[in-house]
Ligand binder design. Structure first.
Ligand code: MN
Length: 128
């Protein structure tokens, strides 16, 4: 079965871009437009990995990750922060908040795919 990835992003253009890339690569993709919706979908759908925008309305990525990391039902969930390169210190903040990794926007497609595969344990046959 294809790994399930939840994309949480309030910018429609970024959301559609990441969703289409992931669908093209064969992943099962869910989307949410804010942190609150993201937390709800994570609990309902149990994705393998979340791409989490950190700047969002309603509930931002930092608050959402904090909630998810305190949910024992979501043990093992991988969370990759996606945030604006302009935001200095966001990488450290995201990792401290409990994210496993960090990607800066605009998202580089090759880096996105390599990061996802690394965290899902795929691609080891390629000598990784
Ligand atoms: Mn945003």
């Amino acid at each position: 079965m294809a790994p399930k990835i939840l994309v949480v992003e309030d910018n429609e253009q970024n959301l559609v871009l990441m969703r289409d890339i992931l669908v093209y690569h064969g992943y099962a993709v869910l989307t949410a437009r804010n942190g609150e919706e993201g937390v709800r979908l994570a609990r309902e759908e149990r994705p393998d990995l979340i791409l989490m925008d950190m700047q969002m309305p309603v509930l931002d990525g930092f608050a959402a990750v904090n909630i998810l990391r305190h949910d024992p039902g979501l043990h093992g969930l991988r969370i990759i922060a996606v945030t604006s390169f302009a935001m200095a210190g966001d990488k450290e903040k995201a990792l401290q908040a409990g994210c496993d990794d960090y990607l800066s926007k605009p998202v580089d497609i090759l880096e996105l795919m390599a990061t996802i595969k690394r965290h899902l344990g795929e691609g080891k046959a390629d000598g990784e």
